[in-house]
Design a protein around this ligand. Structure first.
Ligand SMILES: Nc1ncnc2c1ncn2[C@@H]1O[C@H](COP(=O)(O)OP(=O)(O)O)[C@@H](O)[C@H]1O
Ligand SMILES: [Mg+2]
Length: 398
């Protein structure tokens, strides 16, 4: 490989072009980065600028997925037809990925005969010389610029490398911006959901509650002998209570994004706090403080939903004086118990239309290979026991 060692060499060397078109290409790339274009378009322009800058036949910009592969590959100089015929994008194996591990630029004169070459795919134009430049930002490898087939010479020069490394800085800014933008978007979606749930809770539930109070007042105004009207108001009040409850459950499902990221312990705590506020019932709670380290995410989710359903059943159907929840572990056995001292019920043999709570609990238990047992006695109350055997300390998240 021929090397031109310094920039002085570059200024003296006669094979370089006048600076004007090069500066133009650089300035175009800079402008693209600060423009309103999509990331794809910005990358496209940078690739195109790179190609013009050092007079290469083809240019490509590969974006790293952070796991040693390329997640995007934008090309310049290939006609769309050929591009399509080549098929799937390179994954970053072979020569394209080779130099990235070292994190240094690479100049190769004969791509096909390089020891790391994996060969060109079918329908891929034969390329000879290659200049590869990694794109770094704050020490993190974000991707690489690839230039192939120097047009006016058989090989890329050290000057070419320096120019493309300059362009790689612009590409780094563009990629960094895109990552930041994505992150902000995701946060905005979460916040929006949270706000929506709060609005629903504060606004709509309050409104329905208000109508309930009006109905209550109306009932008091109706003459005692109008039995039918009073009964109808009672029915309306009852169904409004059900609506409020369903809405609360729905809201609870809306919010989990914020809650999901918390461990089972905090999620249950939140659930119980909410239930206390909504029912004003005394709720006795005992949760193993280490519980989070003994359940997988999936188990945590199932246990949470079973506890949620059991608690809401107790609050909605049992008319209890008190409710108790415990989630404890004894060696490798984890036990969830939800008890109420309410009116009890006959366990149904089949799932009644529109009532899936019990069936879902059994389904979740069986998915986890856990045992679910419900005991209910008329006027004495209901006790639900979920037993999960074989739990062990979970590996710390990386
Ligand atoms: N803790 C409980 N106390 C009294 N009745 C209950 C209790 N849990 C469930 N039930 C009865 O079992 C029925 C089915 O419950 P479920 O499947 O959760 O459906 P849903 O809660 O939607 O009615 C309830 O409608 C209720 O009559
Ligand atoms: Mg239910």
């Amino acid at each position: 490989m021929r090397r031109i060692e310094t920039l002085v060499d570059f200024k003296m060397s006669k094979d370089t072009q006048p600076l004007d078109p090069q500066l133009k290409a650089l300035s175009e790339a800079t402008q693209a980065v600060t423009s309103e274009l999509s990331l794809e378009q910005v990358l496209q322009r940078i690739a195109q600028a790179a190609r013009t800058l050092i007079n290469a036949k083809f240019a490509a910009l590969g974006v790293h997925d952070g796991h040693g592969h390329l997640s995007r590959f934008v090309t310049a100089g290939l006609d769309p037809n050929t591009h399509q015929k080549i098929g799937p994008l390179p994954t970053g194996l072979g020569l394209l990925g080779h130099f990235l591990h070292k994190g240094e630029s690479l100049i190769v004169n004969d791509m096909a005969h390089h020891p790391a070459a994996a060969g060109f795919p079918k329908n891929h134009p034969i390329m000879n010389s290659l200049l590869g430049v990694p794109i770094f930002s704050k020490g993190e490898l974000l991707g690489a610029l690839y230039l192939t087939d120097k047009q006016d010479s058989s090989e890329f020069t050290e000057t070419d490398r320096q120019l493309i490394e300059m362009l790689a800085l612009h590409a780094a800014i563009a990629l960094e911006n895109a990552h930041l933008y994505e992150k902000t978007q995701r946060l905005a979606v979460l916040e929006e959901r949270d706000r929506f749930a709060r609005d629903l809770h504060d606004g709509i539930i309050q409104a329905i509650y208000g109508v309930g109070l009006l109905l209550d007042n109306a009932k008091a105004l109706i003459s005692p002998d109008n039995e039918t009207a009073r009964e109808q108001i009672d029915v309306s009040l009852k169904s409004m209570a059900v609506i409020i409850n369903d809405l609360r459950n729905y809201i609870f499902d809306l919010r989990p994004q914020a809650i999901k990221s918390k461990g089972l312990y905090a999620r249950l705590e939140g659930l119980i706090k909410e239930l206390k506020v909504n029912t004003l019932l005394p709720i006795q709670v005992e949760i193993d403080p280490d519980i989070n380290s003994y359940v997988s995410d999936l188990q945590a989710s199932h246990i949470f939903h079973i506890a949620h359903e059991a608690l809401s059943n107790a609050a909605r159907h049992a008319r209890p004086k008190r409710i108790a929840l415990s989630l404890t572990r004894q060696d490798d056995i984890l036990t969830l118990r939800v008890e109420d001292d309410g009116k009890g019920f006959e366990l149904p043999n089949t799932v009644a239309h529109g009532h899936h709570g019990l069936a879902n609990m059994y389904k979740r238990a069986s998915i986890m290979n856990a045992n679910l047992h419900i005991e209910s006695t008329s006027q004495r109350g209901t006790s639900l026991t979920l037993t999960l055997t074989g739990v062990s300390k979970q590996p710390e998240p990386a």
